[in-house]
Write a protein that binds this ligand. Structure first.
Ligand SMILES: *Cc1c(COP(=O)(O)O)cnc(C)c1O
Length: 399
């Protein structure tokens, strides 16, 4: 009884309004935030500090493919938290050993794996490994590509407003139009270390690679001795209807970069290195937190759920259903509906910001992908009922 009034008191104090004011006072200011204080999540539902429920089509910006607080991941984290939290890679560790072998078995290629802590770190490491493995420095990336905000990853990111304040970035990075085979062939030469691309461009407007493009990219890389780096930070872990986006093709990348949903919501990244490149030189790269036991335990549980619940297939089926329903609406305000799996974009004729606000008023949170694309990125466990509500809301706000 003693705790009840205190608990109730805390709930009162931490209303959305108070939380937002406190955060606004001390936050860096870097993020244009929505006036929403999220305190709990379950599956594809989010709850704010006032107890309001929202259907989640933000999906932790790609980190929540598994749904919020998946019980298997929560249990793995709780168990591991009591055993060992940190363990740098100067030691071996049971959770890491198990995760490396389990992830390796799920990959489209035989591989070695470098574990890190985020998408940008995976890209950063990928760029360094490409230099190490080829002895070359030129990088080709794609227009509208997004690869993260650290200096190297930012150099490969296309959006000029992200790059401009930080120029000069790393040299010898060029951008070719995504999907244009001839432009790629013309840009690549025997000084090119790597081509870096996303199988489906996420931030850049939800644009799946045109049929045959990845195959052509693979051939062009091979012809010049350049590496193919697949940035699967957003497309990985079931999002597009396969465990990895490249698996929609027969293309095997040299490096496969992943993060976001790898560990069921905890921060983690990985660079998968095709076995033919062998082990990297000792000491050439590293990170203190990478491959820690807590995230490895969470990632093991997450991988088991992706496999046991066949979330890639669920994403494929729900994604096709959602895409067809949205296309069938024939909304005059929508130029195109496109996507792959549960990575779905609606290219609007107008700006997306007011639409996001209108959806929020209907208790649906969603993402932009550029100024005029509405991006739906729900957890793969979302129910058809919730997807149905999303379709109705989109129809209402865009109709
Ligand atoms: C989000 C994202 C990144 C960056 O990941 P962070 O964890 O935010 O650093 C890189 N590449 C792609 C394709 C992404 O979607």
């Amino acid at each position: 009884m003693r705790f009840l009034p205190i608990y109730a008191g805390l709930l009162m104090v931490h209303s959305s309004t108070t939380l937002i004011a406190t955060e606004q006072q001390f936050t860096s200011g870097l993020y244009p935030k929505r006036a929403l204080a999220i305190v709990r999540g379950e599956g594809a539902r989010l709850y704010d500090a006032d107890g309001q429920v929202y259907i989640d089509c933000v999906g932790g910006q790609g980190a929540a493919n598994l749904g919020h607080c998946h019980p298997a991941v929560v249990a793995a984290i709780q168990d591991q938290a009591a055993l060992l939290l940190s363990c740098p890679e100067i030691f071996h560790n049971d959770q890491r050993a198990a995760y490396l072998s389990e992830l390796a078995a799920a990959l489209p290629m035989p591989a070695r794996i470098f574990l890190c802590n985020s998408g940008a770190e995976a890209v950063e490491a990928g760029l360094k490994f490409a230099r190490l493995l080829t002895g070359r420095t030129k990088i080709i990336a794609t227009m509208r590509g997004f690869h993260g905000r650290t200096m190297g990853a930012l150099s490969a990111t296309w959006e000029i407003k992200y790059r401009e304040p930080f120029m000069p970035l790393i040299p010898e990075v060029s951008h070719v139009p995504f999907g244009d085979v001839e432009a790629l062939a013309a840009a690549m030469d025997t000084e090119t270390a790597a081509l870096l691309l996303e199988p489906v461009q996420g931030e850049g407007g939800v644009r799946p690679a045109p049929a045959g493009y990845l195959e052509a990219a693979r051939r062009i890389c091979d012809a010049h001795g350049a590496l193919l780096l697949a940035d699967e930070v957003q497309t990985g872990f079931g999002r597009t209807g396969k465990l990895f986006g490249v698996e929609h093709s027969a293309v095997i990348p040299d490096l496969l970069l992943m993060a976001k949903s790898i560990a069921g919501g905890l921060p983690m990244g990985a660079v998968v290195i095709h076995e033919r490149h062998g082990a990297l030189p000792a000491g050439a790269h590293g990170t203190t937190f990478g491959g820690g036991p807590l995230v490895c335990a969470a990632a093991r549980a997450a991988l088991r759920v992706y496999q046991q619940e066949d979330l890639p297939r669920q994403a494929a089926e729900k994604g096709s259903w959602l895409l067809e329903r949205l296309q069938a609406l024939r909304l005059p305000a929508v130029r195109e509906v496109r996507g792959l799996g549960l990575l779905v974009g609606l290219e609007l004729k107008g700006r997306v910001q007011p639409i996001l606000q209108a959806l929020l008023e209907r208790r649906i949170v969603a993402l932009p992908a550029g100024p005029n694309v509405l991006r739906l990125l729900p957890p793969l466990v979302i129910s058809y009922d919730d997807l149905d509500e999303v379709v109705s809301a989109v129809a209402a706000v865009l109709g």
